[in-house]
Design a protein. Structure first.
Length: 495
């Protein structure tokens, strides 16, 4: 059984999806989906324990050895990302039971959970596959499922957001497919390990350059890197809040993983950053992203939209770390992927609790909500402090690592700008915290008469995620060691 864990990680959610379609019972659909993602999360833990020492698992699908056949390739770099995907999926699925009751008719719940499982399947497959074309296949599985999940939003604008995401996402997927096609034309293989060996000696360097360009643009669209982030804002704002929490913690992080895997392991750090000077493309995009989006977030009056702009800003931090192309910079980028995934999922879950009880997320109307929803507001404050980067939070661990990496490289201006962006984050998060804690409502009829705390099944997974973020904030060396190992693996290339 232990030898089959890589396949089991993908098969558990994938095989449960059609079973839910056959059952169609809302409660059983939720239970089976939760059990499948929980089991996949356990498998991810077991796989991470096997490769954390630097070893590699290569699983030949159907017994056909690579490069002839397709394989799953698991190492320190992607085992942690797979755990993030399955862990966030599991926690947010528990949370989703009450969250989707109001917005989605019970007769369609089975479709919702089927889409969720297929999206999880696609994200896991993208992370652990060792075949470039299968990255595209799993990308399409997750993308098509995500379009459907976004469309489940209660507002009609969710359909517009889903369609916009579909159009922009299809453009990104087309770029990725074209890039993979040029790679195959230049090297004659699709296996990533084989690609890494053949690209330096290929007789078609122009085809490789075109492939690199297409893949870079396509994956940056999927990762919502500024200024290619247009799909994210409306999708996060209008999707069901459980879906937003899930996507914020996983989807963009998986795309960023694919980005660093291609830059460092397939094409190689020397080709990407020394020959093509990619850092001078990524760093300006990163700085513009975290400054512009943080500034815009300050002026938002809706919690969900504020956090959506914040997500693009946080992606900018990760891109800044990647642009350094150093061990410490990549470590900071990887650790911020994990930390931001946990914090942002927790923030959207807290916002979902507010939405469930209050019925809206209009910031000026949430004065003194602490008196009615103390546990939800406390959770929002803890996660908000992590987003800002207050000491003893996960945000501080990754931001401090990033600033340190920038200063070691001599990029002092970029380090200062990250501090400026953090001050902006303090402004927009602090404004919400002030309203939730101190500002008195203009009247008792501010729309919250009779409002009480969110259900336990929503609070329990929220606080479980917060407990993890607090633990890894206090004991930040643990995630830093894992991220350093992942960075070392990525910089070392495929074995």
């Amino acid at each position: 059984m232990m030898d089959q864990l890589p396949a089991l990680q993908v098969m558990l959610p994938m095989t449960m999806a059609p079973l839910i379609v056959l059952i169609r019972n809302p409660k059983w659909s939720w239970l089976l989906a939760t059990l499948a993602t929980g089991a996949a999360c356990l498998v991810s833990c077991l796989l991470l324990m096997q490769v954390i020492d630097g070893s590699v698992i290569r699983y030949a699908i159907g017994g056909w050895e690579a490069p002839t056949g397709i394989e799953f390739y698991i190492d320190r770099a992607n085992a942690g990302v797979a755990l993030l995907v399955t862990g966030v999926s599991f926690v947010t699925l528990i949370y989703a039971y009450h969250s989707i009751q109001h917005g989605i008719d019970s007769s369609r719940h089975y479709l919702f959970y089927t889409g969720w499982l297929l999206c999880t399947t696609g994200l896991i497959g993208m992370v652990i596959t060792g075949d470039a074309f299968n990255v595209f296949v799993f990308l399409e599985i997750s993308s098509l499922s995500t379009y459907m999940l976004v469309a489940f939003g209660s507002d009609r604008r969710a359909l517009v957001a889903s369609f916009r995401y579909l159009v922009i996402g299809s453009i990104g997927a087309s770029f990725i497919l074209l890039g993979i096609g040029f790679l195959y034309a230049a090297t004659g293989t699709l296996n990533m390990v084989d690609l890494a060996m053949r690209i330096p000696t290929t007789e078609s360097p122009r085809a490789v350059l075109v492939a690199f360009s297409f893949l870079t643009v396509g994956v940056m669209i999927k990762a919502a890197v500024f200024p290619l982030h247009g799909w994210l804002l409306s999708a996060y704002h209008h999707a069901p809040i459980a879906v937003t929490a899930f996507l914020a913690g996983t989807a963009t992080k998986v795309s960023l993983y694919i980005l660093v895997r291609m830059f460092f392991s397939v094409f190689g750090e020397a080709y990407s950053f020394e020959q093509l000077f990619l850092n001078w493309v990524l760093l300006p995009a990163a700085i513009a992203g975290f400054l512009t989006m943080s500034l815009v977030a300050i002026y938002q009056t809706d919690l969900r939209r504020m956090l959506a702009y914040s997500s693009v800003a946080q992606i900018g931090y990760i891109i800044a770390g990647i642009s350094l192309a150093t061990q410490q910079g990549l470590t900071a980028a990887v650790v911020h992927m994990f930390n931001h995934g946990m914090v942002k999922a927790a923030l959207f879950m807290a916002v979902g609790c507010i939405l469930y009880r209050v019925g809206h997320t209009h910031i000026p109307s949430l004065q003194r909500l602490i008196s009615r929803m103390p546990f939800t507001v406390t959770a929002f404050i803890i996660a908000g402090l992590g987003l800002i980067g207050v000491p003893l939070t996960v945000g501080f661990v990754s931001k401090f690592s990033l600033i340190q990496a920038l200063m070691e490289r001599g990029w002092w201006a970029a380090a200062v700008l990250i501090l400026v962006s953090s001050v902006m984050a303090t402004a927009y998060v602090g404004r919400v915290i002030y309203l939730l804690l101190f500002r008195e409502s203009r009247s008792e009829t501010a729309g919250m008469t009779g409002v009480n705390e969110a259900p336990l099944l929503m609070l329990a997974p929220l606080y479980a995620l917060l407990a993890l973020s607090v633990y890894f904030g206090v004991f930040g060396s643990q995630t830093l060691r894992l991220a350093a190992g992942a960075a070392q693996t990525l910089l070392g290339g495929y074995q």
